[in-house]
Design a protein around this ligand. Structure first.
Ligand SMILES: Nc1ncnc2c1ncn2[C@@H]1O[C@H](COP(=O)(O)OP(=O)(O)O)[C@@H](O)[C@H]1O
Ligand SMILES: [Mg+2]
Length: 283
C-alpha cells in the first residue's frame, strides 16, 4: 500500500515537472513568435525608408551635377562626397536590416515547430487519464480539497485519428482551468457548495468526436469570455497563470484538428467547453 502510494506520488511529481517544462517551452515559443512578428513590421519600415533615401540621394547627386555652374569647385566636391557617403550608409542600413529580417523569419519558422502526427488513439482513455492527472496535480498542492468528478465516456469507441500529445494538452488546459475555478468558488462559498466537474466523451454519427467539460465554478462575464482566447490574457495572480492555455487549446482544436471549440458560461453558475472534432476511425 505504502509503496503504491509512493510510486503514484513519484509519477505525479514527474508528470507535473514534465507539464511545467512543456508549458514553459510553449510560452517561450509563442513569446518569440509574437516578438518576431511584431519586429517584422518596423523593420520593413526601416528597410523601405532607407531604400527611398538611397533613391533621394541619387536625385541629390543629379541636382549637384545640374547646378555645377553655380557652385564653387571645393563646395561641389564636398557635396558630392557627402552624397556618396549618405548613399553608402543607406545601403548598409538596408543590408543589415535585411539580415535582421532573415533572422526573424528563421525564428518564426522554428517556433511554429513540427506538425504533430495523427495517430490511432483511444480517446476515451486519453481523456480519462488527463482529467485525473489534472485533478491529482491540483490535489498535490492541497490535500484537503476535493472535487466531485463525473465521467460519461462512451464505451467501445473505435480508435480515432488525432494528435494525441496535443489533444491531451487541450483537455489538460481546460481541466486545469476548471479545477482552478471550482477551487476559487469553494474558497468563497464554503461548505454549502459542492465543487463538480463533468466530462463527456462520445463519437457522434460515427464521424464527430465530442468532448465536453463542464464545471460549476465562477463562470465568466461577457467581457472576459471575449478575451479568453487571446494570447497572455489571464485573470490569475502573477505566477499562477500564463494566459496561454485557452489560445493554445483553440489552436489545437480548430487549426490542428479542423474542429470547433464551443463555450457557454454564466457568472456564478459555471462554464462548459465542447470540442467538436471531425475524425477518421480506425477499423
Ligand atoms: N472554466 C473557467 N471558468 C472561469 N474562468 C475561466 C475558465 N477557463 C478560463 N477562464 C478565464 O480565462 C482566462 C484565460 O485562461 P487560460 O488561457 O487558460 O490562461 P490562465 O489559466 O493561465 O489564466 C483565465 O485567467 C480565466 O479568467
Ligand atoms: Mg489555464
Amino acid at each position: 500500500m505504502e509503496t503504491t502510494e509512493n510510486t503514484l506520488r513519484e509519477q505525479i511529481a514527474n508528470l507535473q515537472e514534465q507539464l511545467h517544462r512543456q508549458e514553459k517551452m510553449a510560452s517561450l515559443g509563442m513569446l518569440s513568435a509574437g516578438i518576431a512578428h511584431e519586429i517584422q513590421n518596423p523593420l520593413n519600415f526601416v528597410i523601405n525608408f532607407s531604400k527611398m533615401s538611397a533613391k533621394l540621394t541619387d536625385d541629390l547627386v543629379q541636382l549637384i551635377d545640374d547646378c555645377a555652374e553655380q557652385l564653387d569647385q571645393d563646395d561641389r566636391a564636398d557635396l558630392e562626397d557627402i552624397a556618396a557617403d549618405l548613399k553608402e550608409n543607406m545601403e548598409k542600413i538596408q543590408e543589415h536590416g535585411e539580415r535582421a529580417i532573415s533572422i526573424i523569419r528563421g525564428i518564426l519558422l522554428h517556433s511554429r515547430g513540427k506538425a504533430g502526427e495523427k495517430l490511432p488513439t483511444d480517446v476515451g482513455k486519453l481523456v480519462h487519464e488527463y482529467v485525473w492527472l489534472s485533478y491529482h496535480a491540483m490535489r498535490a498542492g492541497d490535500k484537503t480539497f476535493n472535487i466531485s468528478i463525473h465521467e460519461d465516456i462512451q464505451e467501445g469507441m473505435p480508435l480515432l485519428m488525432v494528435v494525441p500529445q496535443d489533444l491531451s494538452r487541450a483537455v489538460l488546459n481546460v481541466m486545469n482551468n476548471a479545477c482552478y475555478t471550482v477551487k476559487e468558488r469553494a474558497a468563497k462559498e464554503g461548505a454549502e457548495y459542492t465543487p463538480t466537474i463533468s466530462i463527456k466523451v462520445a463519437l457522434e454519427g460515427g464521424t464527430h468526436l465530442h468532448i465536453t467539460i463542464t464545471d460549476n465554478g465562477m463562470g465568466m462575464s461577457q467581457e472576459i469570455q471575449q478575451k479568453i482566447f487571446e494570447n497572455f490574457f489571464t485573470t490569475k495572480p502573477i505566477g499562477q497563470g500564463t494566459g496561454l492555455g485557452m489560445s493554445i487549446t483553440r489552436d489545437i482544436v480548430t487549426r490542428q484538428h479542423q474542429g470547433q471549440l464551443l463555450m457557454a458560461s454564466e457568472p456564478n453558475v459555471g462554464t462548459t467547453f465542447t470540442f467538436i472534432i471531425p475524425v477518421k476511425t480506425v477499423k
